[in-house]
Design a protein around this ligand. Structure first.
Ligand SMILES: [Zn+2]
Ligand SMILES: [Zn+2]
Length: 283
C-alpha cells in the first residue's frame, strides 16, 4: 500500500490537477494522498500558489474529501522558511499538515530571492554575488535556516533536507564526507530531533537525474536511524506519472539500512507502519 504527502498540482507549478492526482492514486492503490502545493509567498514567484486562490484550493480539497471513499485525502502546503517573511506556522491552522522547506538562501542586492534549487547558472550567480563564491558559507547558511525553521515553527515534515547538494555536480564544491558538512548535518538533525518533525525521504532528485541519491543521502539516513527520527517517503511529484516514482527501490534501500517503519498520515494522525518494497503493510 502506497502513500505520498509531497505532491504539487496546477494550483502551483504542478502539471496535474487534484482530480488527476486522485485518479492516479486510486489506480496505484494509495491509502493516503496529501496535497502540498507551494504556499503563497509574499513576493512575485513563478512557482508558488497565488494568494488569491488559497481559499479555492482548500475548498476543493474539502469537497474532494467528501466524494472520495477508499483513499484518504489531506490538505497540506509546502511552506518556505524565510525569516520575517514566511514560515510553516503561518498556515498550519488551516491545514492537516505542513511541509517546511528552505529554497531561498539570502537575496541579491536588488531584492531578488536566491533559490538554491533553480538552474545551476542562477546558483552560481548568487554564490558569486551574495557569498563571494564561498560555497561553504552559503551551505552553512542553508542548514542554519533549516535549524531556525524547526526551532521557531516546526513543520510536520522537513522537506528535502539536503537539496543544496543538487548543485554540487561532480563534487565541484565539496565532498559529503568533509567534516564541516558532516557537522552541519549533525547540528541540523539534533534540532529536528528536538522539534519532533518527520524527515521525508524525497525521491525527486533521483528520478530527475539531478542527484544519485535521495534527499537526504543514505549516510544521513543512517544517522537518522540512530537518532530515532521518524521518516516518511515522498516523491515531490509535479505530475501524476511521478506519484510513486522510485518508491520501491527507495523502500528496499531503507529496509536494508535498518529502518523498520515509515510514518504515514492515516486516520487523521501520523502513525508508524511496517513496510517492504511494496509499501506499508498491516493496514
Ligand atoms: Zn521544495
Ligand atoms: Zn515540493
Amino acid at each position: 500500500m502506497w502513500f505520498n504527502f509531497h505532491t504539487h498540482s496546477t494550483y502551483c507549478d504542478g502539471k496535474s490537477n487534484l482530480q488527476q492526482l486522485i485518479a492516479e492514486a486510486e489506480k496505484l492503490n494509495l491509502i493516503s494522498l496529501g496535497f502540498s502545493s507551494h504556499a503563497p509567498l509574499p513576493f512575485e514567484s513563478k512557482w508558488c500558489m497565488k494568494k488569491e486562490i488559497l481559499g479555492s484550493y482548500l475548498n476543493e480539497i474539502r469537497h474532494l474529501k467528501k466524494n472520495t471513499t477508499q483513499l484518504q485525502l489531506y490538505a497540506g502546503l509546502e511552506v518556505d522558511y524565510i525569516p520575517y517573511f514566511i514560515n510553516p506556522k503561518d498556515f498550519s491552522s488551516q491545514l492537516d499538515y505542513t511541509i517546511g522547506s528552505v529554497h531561498f538562501v539570502e537575496k541579491f542586492s536588488d531584492g531578488r530571492g536566491w533559490e538554491i534549487d533553480g538552474t545551476h547558472s542562477f546558483f552560481l550567480e548568487g554564490l558569486e554575488q551574495i557569498f563571494k563564491k564561498n560555497f561553504r558559507k552559503a551551505c552553512e547558511r542553508y542548514f542554519e535556516l533549516t535549524r531556525e525553521m524547526v526551532k521557531t515553527s516546526a513543520p510536520d515534515v522537513v522537506g528535502h533536507l539536503d537539496k543544496i547538494k543538487m548543485q554540487n555536480i561532480a563534487n565541484i564544491f565539496f565532498h559529503e564526507t568533509d567534516s564541516w558538512y558532516v557537522d552541519q548535518l549533525d547540528l541540523t538533525l539534533a534540532a529536528i530531533k528536538k522539534a519532533g518533525s518527520i524527515v521525508e525521504v524525497n525521491t525527486r532528485g533521483v528520478y530527475q537525474k539531478k542527484t544519485s541519491t535521495t534527499y537526504p543521502s543514505p549516510w544521513i539516513l543512517e544517522k537518522i536511524i540512530k537518532k530515532k527520527i521518524p521518516v516518511t517517503v515522498s516523491s515531490d511529484a509535479h505530475h501524476t506519472s511521478d506519484l510513486i516514482n522510485h518508491f520501491s527501490k527507495t523502500l528496499t534501500g531503507l529496509k536494508q539500512m535498518g529502518f523498520n517503519e515509515l510514518f504515514v498520515l492515516y486516520d487523521q494522525k501520523w502513525q508508524p507502519f511496517a513496510f517492504d518494497e511494496n509499501g506499508i503493510k498491516d493496514i
